[in-house]
Design a binder for this molecule. Structure first.
Ligand code: SAM
Length: 282
């Protein structure tokens, strides 16, 4: 199998809608690189199917009141060159005060907390705004929390948040994801980081038992709202819930659902149009 590598210029405000559309038609992964989005598609899709999705999507963006600029160029990459091409684009990235995310083929920086992430096909390379904010907040709150026994990563993707939490001093992490590819990626990344105190399960939060000092949930707002009761019922009285993955216009609905179940919003963080909330019992 070969691949098409697309270099796409798109406005920040339109980027997530475009990513979602590309993922619907079979995009294998996308990363930010030199102010462009680099996206990979299997050649089995056919180049026409890809361009015939991208071109009319400008109209959809415009109708949603978003910037409709989509400029792209692409190259064909044979199977043998795929890994090399992907590797060249996925570079280390510093986040928060002391975290560095790096792929397995880069040398760790011994002055920093290294998270080795093989992106595979799962979400969570650390390049997305929500993942960056979650990592920054987990780093900050792990200094404030007195009890750091149990961490829950609801919608774990590559496992990046749980791996960070364990490296920041949590004793044990439980990770869930409904996507089997994410579960495989999270297990692979736990191994790459030499982490044992982690349980990674296919499923959702309703499949998890026990209480947690920290619950990270970087998910779409609808999933956060649907699972408000599941989240609150698993949060210890002294713990924090990190609710992320919503955009500004969805913030109030998530807050309402959490407050109905007794949680207070303690902190809000904004990154572009993305919002992350810290909730607790006081
Ligand atoms: N935690 C990673 C991060 O912060 O980068 C990945 C977050 S990604 C936005 C959301 C993940 O949640 C995806 O891997 C998706 O498969 C998973 N997911 C979506 N709905 C879910 C549900 N109801 N239960 C468990 N996982 C779910």
């Amino acid at each position: 199998m070969g691949y098409y590598e697309f270099k796409i210029t798109v406005a920040d405000e339109s980027r997530d809608a475009l990513l979602q559309k590309m993922s619907e038609i079979g995009c294998l992964g996308a990363i930010d690189n030199d102010n462009a989005l680099i996206a990979y598609f299997p050649d089995s899709l056919g180049i026409n199917a890809i361009t015939e999705t991208l071109n009319p999507f400008r109209k959809t963006l415009k109708e949603s009141g978003l910037d409709d600029t989509i400029l792209y160029e692409y190259v064909y990459i044979g199977e043998r060159d795929w890994n090399e091409s992907w590797k060249k684009k996925f570079r280390p990235i510093d986040i928060g005060e002391n975290i560095t995310i790096l792929p397995p083929w880069e040398e760790p920086n011994n002055q920093r907390i290294n998270l080795i992430i093989d992106p595979g096909m799962a979400f969570g390379t650390g390049h997305h705004e929500t993942t960056k904010t979650c990592l920054t907040l987990i780093e900050k709150l792990s200094r404030e929390l007195l009890q750091k026994e149990r961490f829950l990563d609801f919608g774990t993707g590559t496992g990046i948040l749980a791996i960070a939490a364990l490296k920041l001093g949590f004793k044990h992490a439980v990770c869930v994801d409904i996507d089997p590819l994410a579960v495989d990626a999270a297990r692979r990344n736990a191994k790459l980081n030499n982490i044992q105190n982690i349980d990674i399960k296919e499923g959702s939060i309703s499949d998890i038992k026990g209480n947690f000092d920290f619950i990270a949930a970087n998910l779409m707002s609808e999933i956060l709202i649907q699972n408000a009761r599941e989240i609150t019922s698993r949060l210890k009285k002294s713990g924090f819930a990190l609710l992320s993955g919503m955009i500004v216009v969805q913030e109030n609905d998530v807050i309402k659902a959490m407050e109905e179940d007794g949680l207070c919003i303690l902190e809000k963080s904004y990154y572009g149009r993305w919002v992350s909330l810290i909730a607790g019992w006081r």
